[in-house]
Design a protein around this ligand. Sequence first.
Ligand code: M6R
Length: 614
Amino acid sequence: MCGIVGVVGAPSSGDLGEVILSALERLEYRGYDSAGIALVDSLGEVYRERRADRRASVAELRSLDLPSASVGIGHVRWATHGRPTVENAHPLVDCSGQLAVVHNGIIENHLELAEALACRGHRFRSETDTEVIAHLVEEGLAEGVDLLGAVRQALGVLQGAFALAVMAACAPDRLVAARRVSPLLVGLGDGVGVVGSDVAALIGETRDLAVVEDDQVVEVRAGSLRALDAAGVPVTLAPLRVDWDLAAAKRSGFPDFMSKEIAEQPEAVRQTLLGRALPDGRLRLDEMRLADAELREVDKVIIVACGSSFHAGMVAKYAIEHRARLPVEVDIASEFRYRDPIVDSRTLVVGVSQSGETIDTLQALRAARTWGARVLVISNVVDSSMAREADAVLYTHAGPEIGVAATKTFLAQVVAMELLGLYLAEVRGILFPTELEEPLARLAGLPGIVGEAVERSVEVAKVADALAASRDFFFIGRHVGYPVALEGALKLKEISYLRAEGFPAGELKHGPLALLDEGSVVVAVATRSRLWEKVVANIAEVKARGARVVGVVNDGDERTAELVDHVLSVPRTAPLLTPAVDVVPLQLLAYHLAKRRGLDVDRPRNLAKTVTVE
Ligand code: M6R
């Protein structure tokens, strides 16, 4: 959700402008409505270029002959305030054009600030909320305050969420960066100081990174970082652990990140399982700041998450209720804190988030904490905002996921949910360590089974060919097949732009059945679960209404295969692990249908990988 980067100094890896553009290429998954770069050139002037071509903004910037520079900032945008045009692309400048700012987040009081600034003679050239920052800092500099002081002054009147970086022609040896809510990292590399939204932006220059916390402001120079808190008191920034390298953020010969990340799923599952079982048979999370006695007091679990992570959270309800015999509620994170949930110190609130930065989930967890709950986070990004604020963390070690559509992180989350269910069961004395052996053995076999499902891409592509003309898709499933149906529908709509809805199979007859006609496609998760016979009955219902049926069917299940028009076959696994296998052909179906439509599967329209605005 917008990506920012800033570099100051003399990078050993190339021209400063080139370094910024390389970082923007790795940040494009955060936003790609438009992109821009600003540099202070060797004449001491601000040079700025912006492009608003969704498919190629950064590539177009690459074709420019950039001047050599001592400091620069760059931005990829996911529009919130103002259309995705060149005028609204970042960096945005002050009246003089000699001060530039990039911003991720939303300035909530920008209208009143802009009105006051306009009355004081400032001229606005964009429709963005961000531009007020440039003019506010401009006023500080005009009063003779240095860049750090001017940014601090501006922060004093800004409301909302932001991660921002500011540079000015009058201060060519530094950048100033600040954060409130939206994520921000700073670091020092060989000859440079750097600022960026995430590790992907900065890893080309350094792994020596630190986390900027809320309301901190940092002056970044080549070789030094100076951080202040809201009161102006110097602070030491918390170092960030970086657990992946530059190669992991590249496509490595795959046509796109999505196909690479689908292929990486067996490894994502394997890594998430690694080192979980201690020699005494007990299970281990990554970080645990809760005593066993506290977990034994828990009488309810609430899971909060968005999108695919929410679907994984739905799987957790089955896993935790079955394993740990605790009641589980699953809540859409953006709704949770606006109702009046019953939360107290005996409630365990579990945040599920690939990025660990999704603002809706982060704010839900913060609300839960103020209500006294214990907070556990399942995150794929080490030291993410959610992970740092939680009482306990279970990392999904799936590696960086760049494609906007979540794939391998969903599987890793399903695995994490099973681990969490087992962990809670063990701590609460429902399962003895010896009783963990069988479910852990089943988990250990999962990477191989997922691998088999991933290898069937060619078969799925043939089904996609047969469905190429279809426009209306209904995904149905029961029990843990229901979240799989929702996830399959989400994948299809987000990357292929086809109408796709997921339903519990038993609900169709309560309304949605009216939508079905001869042109409809029903994708049924019909693997051999406890409710298989009921799903088969639901398949008969939709076939009777003329729909074509695609079935996710277990290997060797000829009976189900004969009932459906197209088979997506998958190997069999343990009931609670089936989502991690049954979802694979649905990911591949969405992928192949989108490819046939000529769409960019990594960067679907209107979407960004990490949603850091409410
Ligand atoms: O980083 P998070 O897991 O918190 O992200 C949540 C959703 O934004 C995310 O799952 C989104 O729905 C994906 N595009 C799904 O493919």
